[in-house]
Design a protein around this ligand. Structure first.
Ligand SMILES: [Zn+2]
Length: 90
């Protein structure tokens, strides 16, 4: 069985490998984790540009990490997902 994760935006359950991991490290830095191996708390978003768009509007990361996440970080993640063209093959 592949590990499954829930997208924090649309709540779809998908294989981990098809998703972008977003990591919150112990110092509170939030960043896209392309290799999916950074230490810290992770949130997953599916590689779908609709979710990238909705992410910043819904502030789903704020809820996932229980903190206020900079709009700059949302932009960076949206760009990471858009540049990715719908697939997770980084
Ligand atoms: Zn999604």
């Amino acid at each position: 069985m592949e590990p499954l994760r829930t997208c924090i935006v649309c709540r779809r359950v998908m294989p981990k490998k098809d998703m972008l991991r977003i990591c919150k490290s112990s110092d509170g830095a939030v960043k896209p984790d392309y290799e999916r191996r950074l230490p810290g708390r992770g949130a997953y978003i599916c590689a779908d540009c609709k979710c990238a768009e909705r992410l910043s509007k819904s502030h789903a990361l704020d809820r996932a990490f229980k903190m206020q996440v900079d709009s700059e970080i949302y932009e960076r993640i949206a760009m990471a997902l858009e540049g990715n063209n719908g697939t997770a093959g980084y």
